[in-house]
Write a protein that binds this ligand. Structure first.
Ligand code: GLU
Length: 283
């Protein structure tokens, strides 16, 4: 008889700063959710302008200090460009080049409406200005976007769905086509000068690493709709998700890399133990 499926998780930090208490919590949740020996680390370093080798070295050192161990070798997204290119080529019929800058998008959205502009996981919902353009007409400096309406049509589905072991466990979370088009829209699959985007890289890599449980902060819940759509389009399995709580500062604000004062490194330098860190984040 087949046993329960292997629970394989990953912690996927970007080396753009020192890890803070929120990262410690995310890494511990990921390891805790994995079967023995099935916890992986992935360095998300596609943004070459912001990533630094010293931050990558600090990630390894701080995680080891916290008592975490992970499978070797560590996957680094900067080594995976060929895989992202392949995935982008497979999605080509559903994509288009876009030259709009943030200001263009804001202006196009402001014209027909007053009040708050529609925003999704990547910020403003793209109004579709460049949707008529063809990939063959792409110009240097363009980004590549997914035509979400054509994607749903190609799949012949009216929704995307996933399960979350932390939020309403055992039930499907579903988002309908129109909700996707109005609230998320045509996301970027290849950023200017990057050859990929967070969404595309994470989907390709979670599948390549056979991740069966994706653990990450609740702030990424809405990005998961994009990932599930991409999984369907690329014929990749949808893992189980676990969107966990966020660690906040005393004012209730989510910690960010720029909140250097909360860096694990600084607590270490002040003589804190790994147990102190766990206590601080309630793990
Ligand atoms: N690299 C992402 C971050 O640092 C995490 C991505 C994910 O877990 O899907 O926020």
């Amino acid at each position: 008889m087949a046993g329960a499926p292997v629970r394989r998780t990953r912690f996927a930090p970007s080396p753009t700063g020192l890890l803070h208490l929120g990262h410690a919590y995310a890494a511990l949740v990921a390891q805790h959710s994995a079967d023995p020996g099935q916890f992986l680390l992935r360095i998300e370093d596609i943004d070459r302008d912001r990533c630094r080798p010293e931050y990558e070295a600090a990630i390894y050192a701080d995680l080891a200090w916290l008592g975490l161990t992970w499978q070797q070798p560590v996957m680094r997204q900067s080594d995976r460009m060929a895989a992202y290119r392949d995935a982008l080529a497979r999605l080509a019929p559903l994509t288009y080049p876009c030259r709009c800058r943030r200001g263009d998008i804001r202006a196009a959205l402001s014209a027909p409406q007053e009040g708050a502009l529609p925003a999704g996981p990547d910020g403003l919902v793209y109004p579709g200005t460049c949707r008529v353009r063809r990939l063959s007409d792409a110009e240097p400096g363009d980004v590549i976007r997914l035509d979400a309406a054509r994607a749903f049509d190609a799949l012949g589905r009216d929704h995307v769905a996933f399960r979350d072991q932390a939020i309403l466990p055992g039930q499907n979370h579903a988002l309908f086509r129109d909700q996707f088009l109005n609230g998320i829209g045509d996301v970027i699959l290849s950023r200017r000068g990057m050859g990929t985007s967070y969404h595309l890289a994470v989907v390709v890599d979670d599948a390549a690493q056979d991740i069966t449980v994706v653990t990450r902060g609740k702030d990424l819940f809405d990005a998961t709709w994009v990932h599930v759509l991409l999984q369907r389009l690329l014929d990749l399995p949808t893992p189980l998700y676990h969107h966990h709580r966020l660690i906040r500062d005393d004012a209730g604000k989510r910690l960010a890399k720029r909140d250097d004062g909360r860096a694990i490194r600084h607590y270490r330098d002040d003589g804190a133990t790994p147990q102190d860190i766990r206590r601080l984040i309630g793990f």
